[in-house]
Design a binder for this molecule. Structure first.
Ligand SMILES: C[S@@+](CC[C@H](N)C(=O)[O-])C[C@H]1O[C@@H](n2cnc3c(N)ncnc32)[C@H](O)[C@@H]1O
Length: 488
């Protein structure tokens, strides 16, 4: 989940779900897990059934919700859906209303995921609209399955209606919408089957029916109609909101908001995995200033500042494509020599990003480790010598570590004795013990390595999520600095 650090600060999925534990607790989920050669347990993101199993299991485990999702309809990604609900919570805090909150979900889908989350998490009562009969039937069953008929009601609407018919008879605190994003199947296809081969393949399988994601005029027309209707509905809904799938449409949507004279509006970003969506909210209430809503992204960015990535300008002869490629290869060799596993997550002309997993601390104290190994080797040779005579000095020389290696090794004893902690040793030893018991590698430390090429060729090392260990990042970077120019 590349962008997890940019998730809403209250999103429980900032730390990736523990698939192993979920497999133990939910046998129906277990069958969708697979283990790679490093022992890492994951699900097949290309398989729709696996994605459905993951979404259903997270809803059950984290929210106590039982949800049935047909395979021919959209399978909601729960961390992304939760980001939207959390943002609505932030927006609602501006109204000061804590109880009896009423919302509308436009286009609820078969899962009815937003109303179920909103009702379960916050006891908000929700009216869910939908045009698709099959989805309506599933949505109603999902509400019954969770005994939420008191809080959620599904209403069938005409496809040319957005919220007028619902909202003009009531008084609502908010409305939300995840609109169909695409104007045509071709547009949908171009997003899925990119012709740019340098882009990584989408990690997730695509699972939705065309009607759910394609609409005449695409999301921009859909949201424009919603904005125009909201003008007519006015203050009957306090805060209007929608998700926006493509950033390029934000300027024209914001222009329309100004034209219909909203009193204030606010935008945000929803990040999950490699996916970013945008949120747009507006109001006609004079008493509300949506600009005052705390921006989750700003909060996250502020927190991250003290933890900016570590940067290193790579010593290359020239700044060009060829040296960018060979620098990347050299870096991958170094990771491989440290027995780290590498997963490429971004590949563009001038940027490549990798998730790197280390299974033990192989990067620090190289010199000390070699000295110890050497001492052990000498001890054993000495003892062999008691029976068969000492090895010749020539043999000794051959078995001694090569001196030039030392130039490439990092010596924390000499350079920064205070940096290495007992904790490091203990953690390493503990992991090793676990590895023996489980007989499978356990990730000791995971980080993100980004190699960029603009005026310079630069390496950035960053923590993966909140398992932040700045010391390890510094040590790994130092190891890379020491070894980058060596081709051993
Ligand atoms: C992208 S899906 C979102 C489904 C669900 N809310 C989710 O986030 O997983 C859009 C949904 O809007 C529905 N829809 C399309 N036009 C609509 C309209 N005018 N009113 C209500 N729902 C509509 C589609 O049938 C589809 O289920």
């Amino acid at each position: 989940m590349a962008m997890n650090k940019y998730m809403h600060p209250r999103n429980i999925y900032k730390s990736p779900p523990n698939f192993k534990q979920l497999a133990l607790d939910y046998p129906e989920f277990r069958e969708f897990l697979k283990q790679d050669i490093t022992g890492k347990v994951n699900i097949d993101f290309q398989n729709v059934k696996s994605l459905r199993a993951l979404s259903c299991t997270l809803l059950k485990n984290d929210f106590g919700l039982e949800v049935e999702m047909p395979l021919n309809k959209l399978i909601p990604t729960i961390p992304l859906r939760l980001n939207y609900i959390l943002w609505l919570e932030d927006l609602m805090s501006l109204t000061g209303k804590k109880e009896g909150v009423k919302g509308i979900d436009i286009g609820t889908g078969a899962s009815c995921v937003y109303p179920l989350l909103a009702a379960k998490k916050n006891k908000w009562s929700m009216v869910a609209t939908e045009v698709d009969k099959e989805s309506i039937s599933y949505a109603r069953k999902n509400i019954e399955r969770n005994n939420m008929q008191d809080l959620i009601e599904v209403t069938e609407v005409d496809k040319n209606t957005f919220l007028k018919i619902i909202a003009e008879n009531g008084d609502y605190d908010f409305c939300m919408c995840n609109p169909p994003f695409f104007a045509s199947t071709q547009e949908l296809g171009s997003g899925m089957n990119t012709r740019n081969l340098s882009r990584p393949r989408p990690k997730n399988s695509f699972c939705a029916s065309v009607n759910e994601v394609v609409v005449k005029g695409g999301e921009v027309d859909f949201i424009s109609c919603l904005i125009n209707e909201s003008k007519e509905v006015g203050e009957a809904v306090k805060i209007y909101s929608t998700m926006v799938g493509h950033k390029k449409y934000l300027p024209q949507l914001k222009k329309l908001l100004r034209e219909v004279q909203v009193t204030s509006f606010k935008e945000t970003e929803f990040c999950q995995g490699n996916t970013t969506r945008w949120g747009l909210a507006w109001t006609f209430c004079q008493s509300l200033d949506l600009k005052k809503c705390p921006d989750p992204m700003k909060l996250v960015e502020r927190k991250l500042k003290s933890k900016d990535p570590l940067c290193f300008k790579l010593p290359v002869v020239e700044i060009n494509d060829l040296h960018f490629c060979s620098a990347t290869d050299r870096l991958l060799d170094i990771f491989s020599s440290l027995q780290m596993s590498v997963e490429e997550v971004t590949r563009k002309n001038n940027i490549r990003r990798f998730f790197v997993s280390a299974f033990s601390n192989n990067w620090s104290n190289q010199r000390k480790k070699r000295r110890e190994k050497n001492r052990k080797m000498n001890d054993s040779l000495d003892s062999v010598g008691e029976y068969s005579g000492s090895p010749s000095s020539e043999e000794h020389k051959l078995q001694s570590p090569r001196r030039e290696d030392d130039n490439n090794s990092i010596d924390y004893d000499a350079k920064s004795p205070g940096k290495r902690t007992n904790h490091d040793h203990f953690e390493g030893a503990f992991i090793k013990k676990l590895k023996i018991i489980d007989n499978e590698p356990t990730i000791f430390f995971k980080f993100v390595a980004t190699i960029k090429y603009d005026d310079y060729i630069t390496l950035e090392l960053d923590s993966f999520d909140n398992t932040y260990n700045r010391d390890y990042l510094h040590q790994i970077l130092q190891y890379i600095k020491n070894n980058f120019q060596s081709s051993d």
